[in-house]
Design a protein around this ligand. Structure first.
Ligand code: ARG
Ligand code: GLU
Length: 719
């Protein structure tokens, strides 16, 4: 009996293993490539239910939210769910000390209270189509990379024009498999997207940056928006007359929850991955680029954090900036650890050895010199990237420098022989507007400290002949005292003060461009940009062109060498389906993580003295009374869960669907141990983190008293 049981367990375990799934798949090919496996794993719907152009399918409920997230439609009145961190900037822009929606949350009582967000869009996919043959028509191997690109671009232009003729649609064509295939995406973009609700940050960002990228996680990372359309249900700019959009499809929500091992899938817009790059490229990321980014961002964060802790006003002003800087910083730390732990570079090298043996055979001569060329190219690229990253994360990581640079258009227009008056006036107007929003969230004291630290690091790490003369001159004048250097620049530069900038713009005459050119912050900015333009960009883009052509060939070769392997294309911010099973993991020796968290964990983490771990009385009361309504499960409130689904940045806000295609969660993060999955996925350690939809609805309904929003949704509960 015992033997039988063990055998059964082994069989079970191997099935389980086989289920863990890497890849982000193209919706158009699900039927052909994935449907059978997905159904064998437990899916009860068909590929056609997920993506179809003939009838409404799940894809009609999925949107690109803003520029880099995913969202899903959950009511027939255009109600939209995404992450709190995706709506963060919108929430922050509406926030002030008087109306601190970041800290206190925001809930529109009815549609009239929903807040507009100029510039925020959502994008629906109307259809996609493979256009490889047309894009690559007449392309041949004798062409230079530049000629090739030019011809491809002209083909793409035609395809896009044809696809959108006589419609209000927008088209994009994207490269797949590193330039081996191309797909057209026809999109419909809505421009009136209003904020409906957001939990307080102590729910929506619970655990803050300490918990970011980590499991066990307890973040209620969601916010709610609504899409508005004109009276004919078409996209329109904001207008009072606009009405809630009636979608072709909205997702049904299941309150049944999940068990370990259950099939789930994610439908959204993963941004970018690099699964097929050679070891040289991994080496450059892990050993050159990431250490620079990590070190420079770490220094910036130390300064910002100190000020944010001391002042609620600064906390609001710097919240979004700080979150952005910190997010990348922590991810790259995880990525580096993950690749080292996986021996990722060595693994790639071992494969490359095999590859070289294969490529050396007479029938594969075409690929024989790939690796010697990769080696040469990366050897040249590496030091350039090093300088570039010091420039981008160092010099341009300083707000005043980046801001000063935004005045270069004014300088250019004013110093031209033939001044375009209309353009000039428009530029001044834009700069005035930008000044108001820039200075709303700016503290020169913080920036000055960052300036001193970043320039010191830049100076100490970059070869002196790589530092623009103008900057060396200013540093010399201060005897390499970087605090003094910062003091001087901030004293003299008008870009440190809103009053000075506004005054300057109000009284602007074309000859004043000379004043801008004399401004020390502007001088630093333009010398850095110039350095980039003249010394880095031409060389780097030439080498990147070379990498592109080598990668295209290498991708083709990898597919040819492994004809039985099912390849998925790297993420490129196009709609994908990724699937797997809810599953815990072992992050370290003797440590096992469960696959879900509960409200108990929030109470355990509670610390009234730390902003990110405050738990409000209202939530405590609900917890103490176990007042979970229909959202609880056996007296527990489940908060987040994890699965082995392959996701990346851009998948934030993506719907997590069950075997029936019902919404059970919202994707928002990955576990730290597995963030190297952008380069190398690890079935043991790579896990995505999702918000349980029941916690989301519990917060909306029970915590915020916004049950009218839940009433708008379609809830299914089988059990
Ligand atoms: N790590 C998540 C992502 O990559 C969440 C980021 C926002 N949260 C934060 N604490 N910064 O977008
Ligand atoms: N938070 C990420 C996003 O904004 C998702 C996490 C990831 O990179 O997987 O898209």
């Amino acid at each position: 009996m015992k033997k039988l049981l063990t055998l059964a367990l082994i069989v079970f375990a191997t099935c389980f293993q086989a289920r863990s799934d890497e890849g982000m798949w193209i919706p158009l090919f699900l039927g052909e490539l994935n449907e059978a496996q997905m159904q064998a794993m437990g899916m009860k719907i068909t590929a056609d239910d997920i993506y179809s152009v003939n009838h409404s399918s799940l894809k009609d409920a999925i949107v690109i939210f803003g520029g880099g997230c995913t969202g899903e439609v959950v009511s027939d009145q255009g109600l939209l769910l995404t992450n709190h961190h995706c709506g963060f900037r919108s929430i922050q822009k509406h926030s002030s000390i008087e109306h601190d929606y970041l800290t206190n949350g925001f809930w529109a009582k009815d549609k009239s209270e929903e807040l507009t967000n100029p510039g925020l869009t959502v994008t629906f996919l109307v259809r996609m189509e493979e256009v490889t043959a047309r894009v690559l028509d007449s392309i041949n191997t004798d062409m230079t990379e530049a000629e090739r690109k030019e011809l491809i671009n002209s083909h793409i232009k035609n395809i896009k024009e044809e696809a959108t003729k006589d419609t209000h649609y927008k088209a994009v064509v994207k490269s797949f498999f590193l330039g081996n295939r191309y797909f057209l995406f026809v999109n419909e973009i809505f421009e009136d997207v209003r904020l409906v609700g957001a939990p307080p940050s102590n729910i929506g960002k619970f655990g803050g940056d300490t918990d970011n990228w980590m499991w066990p996680r307890h973040t209620g990372d969601f916010s709610i928006f609504r899409i508005y359309a004109d009276k004919d249900n078409n996209p329109a700019k904001y207008s009072e007359d606009n009405v809630p959009y009636q979608p072709k499809k909205h997702l049904s929500i299941s309150l049944d929850g999940i068990n370990e091992g259950d099939f789930t899938f994610i439908f959204g817009y993963p941004g970018s991955t690099e699964e097929y790059i050679p070891s040289y490229a991994v080496d450059m990321t892990i050993n050159t680029i990431n250490p620079i980014r990590i070190s420079l961002r770490g220094k910036r964060l130390d300064v910002i954090k100190k000020y944010m802790n001391d002042s609620p006003e600064i906390r609001i002003q710097y919240a979004a900036k700080q979150a952005g800087i910190s997010n990348g910083w922590k991810k790259w730390i995880g990525e580096n650890r993950g690749i080292k732990r996986l021996h990722g570079i060595e693994k790639k090298q071992a494969f490359e050895k095999e590859f070289q043996d294969w490529a050396s055979t007479s029938e594969n001569q075409k690929y024989n010199s790939l690796f010697s060329e990769f080696k040469k190219t990366y050897e040249e690229l590496n030091p350039l990237q090093q300088n570039l990253y010091y420039l981008v994360e160092g010099g341009l990581g300083i707000e005043i420098i980046k801001y000063a640079n935004s005045f270069s258009s004014l300088v250019n227009i004013s110093s031209s022989n033939d001044i375009d008056k209309e353009k000039l006036d428009k530029t001044i107007e834009l700069l005035k507007k930008a000044a108001t929003s820039y200075f709303k969230d700016y503290q020169p004291e913080i920036d000055k400290e960052v300036f001193a630290i970043l320039f010191k690091t830049y100076y100490e790490n970059v070869n002196k002949n790589e530092i623009p003369e103008e900057i060396l001159k200013q540093i010399d004048k201060c005897n390499s005292d970087f605090k003094l250097f910062a003091e001087e620049v901030f004293k003299k530069s008008m870009f440190a003060s809103k009053e000075r900038v506004i005054d300057f713009l109000e009284n602007y005459k074309t000859s004043h461009y000379k004043k801008i050119k004399k401004d020390p912050a502007y001088q630093i900015a333009s010398s850095l940009i110039n350095q980039y333009r003249v010394n880095y960009y031409p060389k780097i883009s030439k080498l990147n062109n070379k990498v592109d052509s080598l990668m295209r060939l290498y991708m083709e070769a990898q597919m040819e060498m492994q004809p039985h392997k099912l390849f998925y294309p790297d993420a490129n911010f196009t709609l994908r389906v990724a699937y797997g099973n809810t599953l815990g993991y072992n992050p370290a020796d003797a440590v096992t993580y469960n696959y879900f968290t509960t409200l108990e964990g929030i109470m355990e983490k509670e610390d009234p003295d730390i902003y990110d771990y405050v738990v409000e009385d209202k939530l405590k009361d609900l917890y103490n009374n176990k007042d979970y309504g229909i959202y609880g499960n056996n007296g527990k409130m489940q908060v987040c869960f994890i699965a082995n689904i392959h996701t990346t940045g851009g998948n934030s806000g993506s719907p997590v669907l069950d075997a029936n295609g019902n919404l059970i969660g919202i994707n928002f993060d990955r576990c730290w141990e597995g963030t190297m999955s952008d380069i190398m996925y690890d079935p043991d350690q790579s896990r995505n983190i999702m918000l349980d939809i029941r916690y989301c609805l519990f917060i909306i309904d029970k915590f915020a008293g916004a049950g009218h929003l839940v009433d708008e949704m379609t809830i299914v509960k089988a059990n």
